[in-house]
Design a protein around this ligand. Sequence first.
Ligand code: PLP
Length: 384
Amino acid sequence: MDRKNASKILHHLDEENLPFGAVTPPIFQTSIFTFKDFDSFSEAISNEVNSYLYTRGNNPTVNILEKKLAALEHGEKAKLLGSGVAAISSSILAFVKSHDHIVCVKDCYSWTKTLLEKYLRRFEIDHTFVEGTDVEEIKAAIRPNTKIIYLESPTTFTFKLQNLREIARLAKEKGIKTIIDNTWSTPIFQNPIDFGIDLVVHSASKYFGGHSDLVAGVVIGSEEDVNLIFETEFLNIGAVPDPFLAWLILRGLRTLQVRMERHYENAMKVASFLENHEKVKRVIYPLLKSHPQYKLAAEQMSGGSGLFSIELKTSDIEKIKIFTNSLRLFKKAVSWGGYESLVFPYAVVHPDSSDPNFSLVRLHIGLESSELLIEDLSQALSKI
Ligand SMILES: *Cc1c(COP(=O)(O)O)cnc(C)c1O
């Protein structure tokens, strides 16, 4: 997305003529909306998707944010939900029924995997996990009952990419819905709808919020698809965001572009430092020339975010612990996308040293000075 358009959307779209000349949108903290007569009341009930009736459906503060997110992703419509996981589950559930099949990337977000492996199995909805790096592999996994190809490019621990244009073309030929988790790139760096992908989901808890103080999600796509999700999943399951949550995300979005540019610059500096460090086997960041899919990354993305993994040369759990515990500025936590730097060793979740990813350590490069972060990593690496 070009800077001028992003700025127009982030700073101006749908914020003309706010009451009393207010510069920020009001928080419409109301559960119900009232009607002047029988007919307008009846019309709203029969057409809830386009009306203000009850805040479990639409709310004006939430809608201002949704318009911005739809425009940023080049989609027709967006729906904000109570979490990224709610956005993922609602957009999958809306397009499957019993005995259908889903093709999904193997290294997808952990709760996406759980949804397919545990939850959807209860309804006899089957799946095939694919590496995702080869379109032929995806083609081979498609069955007559495949309804969804679910992507995450790049994946957020192993940073594997999928060829969005080719997969979208393949899916369209076969009438299969494509959904992508675009949380890592944000629309600042990657717009999957431009490549033909149908639906884009995000965890807004990451860069959209940007301050590690909220949990939310969004799905963006055609008006038809998003309205279907609204009517069949959103209203029924009720993962509803409240107006204040939407307002916090609107506030976060004011700085989305400047933050992303800084995350990218910092990540490149820190990644380049680590790439040349004797204790580090490899750095897995798609925008580094050393990444096996760099060419595809450069075609699909105009930049990268602050999250990447390193593989340490050691596979001694004690040394992985010493490295982690020696970091002073990188906080030990899940999630990412805030202003702060974080460390997440793979072994925290999978303490099995025969796992090929055992020595991976995921870093989130925050908005601090890159010199500070490099100093911190340098002293921690010197301890192992
Ligand atoms: C965090 C995350 C999610 C889940 O989002 P929540 O807001 O935590 O529910 C989904 N996908 C990716 C890639 C994530 O990092």
